[in-house]
Design a binder for this molecule. Structure first.
Ligand SMILES: [Zn+2]
Length: 124
C-alpha cells in the first residue's frame, strides 16, 4: 500500500533495461521535468499529488488516475517525491471563497483545513 522509494539514477537504469529502445537522455529529462512539476506543487486533476514516475511518460496525473488502482503495491516512486500531500478533492481553495466568507484555517497551499478530521486523528 505504499510506493517503493528509488533514486532517479537507479530508476533510470531499470527503465532503460526494460525499454532498451528509449534514449537515456530523453527518459532522464522526462523524469526531471515531472519531478519539477511535483515540486512546484501541481496536482492531478482529481486533487492528488502526481506520480512522478508515471507522469514522466503519460502526463501530470496521480497513481490512481494512471493505473486505475487505488494504492501502489511495489510500485516505484522517486525518493524526492515519495511524500504525497492529502488530496484536495472536495476541499475549498481560498481563492474560490468570497472574501467576506473566509473563516477558519487554511494550509500553505490555500486549502481549507477540516478541523473535524484533525480532531479525529488526535484521538486515534
Ligand atoms: Zn488523479
Amino acid at each position: 500500500m505504499a510506493f517503493k522509494p528509488i533514486s532517479l539514477k537507479k530508476y533510470l537504469k531499470i527503465h532503460l533495461n526494460s525499454n532498451p529502445s528509449m534514449k537515456e537522455a530523453t527518459v532522464k529529462k522526462a523524469l526531471k521535468d515531472a519531478l519539477k512539476t511535483y515540486k512546484d506543487g501541481k496536482r492531478c486533476s482529481c486533487g492528488n499529488d502526481i506520480w512522478v514516475i508515471g507522469a514522466a511518460f503519460v502526463g501530470n496525473k496521480c497513481f490512481t488516475c494512471i493505473t486505475g488502482e487505488s494504492y501502489p503495491t511495489d510500485d516505484y516512486e522517486l525518493k524526492d517525491a515519495i511524500k504525497k500531500r492529502p488530496s484536495t478533492a472536495g476541499r475549498k481553495h481560498i481563492d474560490e471563497i468570497p472574501p467576506k466568507k473566509i473563516a477558519g484555517f487554511f494550509d500553505d497551499d490555500g486549502y481549507e483545513v477540516n478541523l473535524d478530521l484533525i480532531k479525529n486523528l488526535l484521538y486515534v
